[in-house]
Design a protein around this ligand. Structure first.
Ligand code: FES
Ligand code: FES
Length: 163
């Protein structure tokens, strides 16, 4: 057990836990930030993706100890004052989900992609999102949503990310 101070979505959280505990477990089971989903638990599906210092990271594979001194962003940190981030809005507009279990991981991965490539090609989107699995298979709408998000961001919306 150790004492940890986490910066999540711009807020500080103190907690006592084992440094070996996964960040996903801490988010969901200790902080009730359940927008981040448990899929495979093995780094293979992307459902648990969060941003750590702006980098899309599988939270099931990140230990609590490894997050020391970082800034973590989860899906709960995307909306500001009732306004969705451009990527969230684009996913809604494009209807880029069915059951939505994969959606928060998709959105966080898309934000990291758009930071690196503000106007990605279809090929860049497919390549970058390859590690995020959607069991409902709405991939074409996810690609459309990311392209739409790139247009919305161009119109002046920030991505609202804290990391
Ligand atoms: S739950 Fe982390 S990658 Fe699947
Ligand atoms: S919308 Fe159901 S898993 Fe992607």
């Amino acid at each position: 057990m150790g004492d940890f101070l986490l910066n999540i979505n711009g807020a500080e959280h103190h907690l006592k836990a084992s440094g070996d505990e996964s960040l996903l477990s801490v988010l969901r089971n200790r902080l009730q930030l359940t927008g981040t989903k448990y899929g495979c638990g093995e780094g293979q599906c992307g459902a648990c993706t969060v941003l750590i210092d702006g980098v899309a990271t599988r939270s099931c594979q990140a230990t609590l100890a490894s997050t020391k001194g970082t800034r973590i962003t989860t899906i709960e940190g995307m909306e500001r004052n009732g306004v969705l981030s451009p990527v969230q809005q684009a996913f809604l507009d494009a209807g880029a989900f069915q059951c939505a279990y994969c959606t928060s991981g998709m959105i966080l991965s898309a934000i990291a992609l758009l930071k690196e490539h503000p106007h990605p090609t279809d090929e860049q989107i497919v390549e970058s999102m390859d590690g995020n699995i959607c069991r409902c298979g709405v991939y074409p709408r996810i690609v459309a949503a990311i392209k739409r998000a790139s247009q919305l961001s161009m119109k002046g919306g920030a991505d609202h990310a804290h990391g």
